[in-house]
Design a protein around this ligand. Structure first.
Ligand code: NIG
Ligand code: FE
Length: 414
């Protein structure tokens, strides 16, 4: 089906196909065409330009986007949206004074979600997760990375990864799967962590690689979770088995994970709520994409990743939702953008660059997604009628999205 969008108030992120991500100063500029047209054919973008040069092709549908913006759908490169149940009790415990770390030390947190997962069938897990996926699509997400990590044993990890892959088969949205091999240490290995790591390295990683259940490998590199040397062992095995690292680093403490990510050529380094001078210098001299997760900072009441400082040091930057039951029970990328602007000091242009082309890069998808470029997939957001695109971060909490197109198909069938 061929669709012509005409009279678009602003067509955003119209960069060339040679650009795979933007960094530092480049992020200040959001390329755009005012009063534009856009033509998509089936799942692809085939033409766009200024309205006065709009051709008169034979199309199946014409949509008048007068007063509205069209931009690439959000690319959310860090989520844990396949999980079972919810943890609002812990949220209330935190309101009453316990910290995230204290809750986890008392057997809550990730261990709690792992317990819940065990009591959930594959079908139930799929259904719960599909609902979350549909919700984020309706909020404008057009590509998403999903991690395992609540299994804490091989069979449960496989259950999660199979659900992630099934979602990818059944939905048009592009889903990238990450094996979060080391997320927490289960109770029965508390006194024998070595054995647990050994199992991950010797059995789990080779198995998941052989079955091709994930492309990326992740570790929660943090005090009280996995130390630097444990993370190293896992990344080493991961890379040997063909995985690309995308790693949870510096959420609460800087313990050397940034240097390790450089050593193992991580695609992304995620969290960085704590960022030392040395860490920043390493990032400056590497090609890793840092990922800020402002929903998590908001929800846990912890510092925000210093996105402003990262960009000012000419480093690329992306933003993701971290959708998960403990630290960010929201996959709303519009809120991510608002928080990035209000709390990290990004401009709307920087935040939109971060969540489109840079988000696509952070999932290895920038050849096909993340910008309005001929040949790329027609994964689009059509906004409601708005005065400017700065309304997106400004009107936080409001839904300014009229429709979302995934592979050229409207989710509302408008
Ligand atoms: O990215 N930090 C580690 N993992 C998740 C939280 C997991 C959970 O609490 O369930 C995060 O914040
Ligand atoms: Fe996370």
């Amino acid at each position: 089906m061929k669709i012509l969008f005409k009279n678009i108030k602003g067509l955003l992120q119209t960069i060339g196909k040679e650009i795979s991500y933007l960094k530092g100063l480049e992020m200040k500029n959001l390329s755009q065409i005012n009063n534009a047209y856009l033509i998509i054919n089936d799942d692809s973008i085939i033409d766009f330009g200024e309205m006065h040069s709009c051709p008169k092709p034979h199309v199946d549908k014409i949509i008048d986007a007068n007063g509205k913006y069209i931009l690439p759908a959000w690319c959310d490169s860090h989520t844990h949206l396949v999980y079972s149940g919810s943890r609002e009790n812990e949220y209330v415990d935190r309101i009453n004074g316990l910290s995230y770390e204290e809750i986890s030390k008392n057997g809550g947190g990730i261990l709690n979600s792992a317990k819940e997962l065990k009591n959930t069938s594959n079908k139930q897990l799929y259904d719960q997760s599909a609902k979350r996926l549909e919700e984020v699509i309706s909020l404008g997400t057009g590509a998403v990375e999903i991690k395992s990590g609540y299994g804490l044993c091989l069979s449960e990890e496989i259950k999660m990864l199979e659900v992630i892959n099934k979602l990818n088969e059944n939905y048009d949205i592009s889903i990238q799967s990450t094996f979060l091999a080391a997320h927490a240490v289960p109770e029965k290995f508390k006194n024998n962590k070595k054995k647990y790591i050994n199992q991950i390295v010797k059995e789990w990683i080779p198995f998941v690689a052989k079955k091709k259940l994930a492309k990326y490998i992740d570790v929660f590199c943090e005090k009280g979770y996995f130390s630097l040397s444990e993370t190293k062992q896992i990344l080493e095995a991961g890379v040997k088995n063909g995985f690309i690292p995308k790693v949870h680093v510096n959420q609460f403490n800087s313990i050397g994970g940034v240097e390790l990510c450089r050593e193992y050529n991580a695609l992304t380094i995620d969290h960085l709520e704590v960022l030392t001078k040395d860490d920043l210098n390493i990032l400056k001299n590497s090609s890793i994409m840092p990922v800020g997760l402002p929903n998590c900072s908001f929800f846990l009441n912890i510092p925000y990743t210093p996105g402003r400082k990262i960009i000012d040091n000419n480093i690329p930057f992306t933003l993701a939702s971290d959708f998960n039951p403990g630290s960010s029970p929201s996959g709303n990328m519009n809120l991510v953008i608002s928080l990035a602007c209000s709390k990290m000091g990004l401009s709307p242009e920087e935040a939109i660059n971060a969540t489109t082309i840079n988000g696509a890069y952070a999932m290895g998808l920038s050849k096909e997604l993340g910008s309005i470029t001929i040949g790329k997939k027609a994964n689009l957001i059509l906004t409601k009628s708005i005065s400017s695109y700065s309304m997106i971060p400004y009107a936080f909490g409001s839904n300014l999205i009229e429709d979302v197109y995934i592979n050229g198909k409207s989710i509302n069938n408008l």
